[in-house]
Ligand binder design. Sequence first.
Ligand code: ADP
Ligand code: MG
Length: 142
Amino acid sequence: MKQRTLAIIKPDAVRKNVVGEIIAQITQAGFKVLACKMTSLSAAQSGKFYEVHKERPFYGELCDFMSSGAIVPIALEKENAVEDYRALIGSTDPAEAAEGTIRKRFAGSKAENAVHGSDSPENAANEIAFFFTESEIVANNA
Ligand code: ADP
Ligand code: MG
């Protein structure tokens, strides 16, 4: 069954000018882009997006980083999208990510790790709704 997930190209990767290469790797892996835009978040908006991590020691650093520049959120669709996209990006820490994964290729550190990926279909739905309305996704794919 088709499933959705949310990717975000993070500020470090936008600064490195590798947006195109990352999207190419995602689409070559069989994902369909349902919606995509370049935008940016305030520290407060980053805090809301990453609210599940608010007790973690790196929360402040994460919010500062995610609001440090432009980001590219992308709603994706594929069979088994959540798990397959997590496999495509690799481990949170690029030092531990498998060869050829997006984080291995483009991430500089565990904090500044190039891309986000949803961790469950339920969170994917919420995260997609954070950036895109359902009607714009439908209109984009009519
Ligand atoms: P993932 O993005 O792989 O799902 P997490 O959900 O655990 O990883 O963490 C969310 C984000 O917080 C990571 O992608 C990374 O940017 C940042 N992060 C995670 N762990 C650390 C850490 N130990 N130090 C600094 N930043 C971290
Ligand atoms: Mg996560």
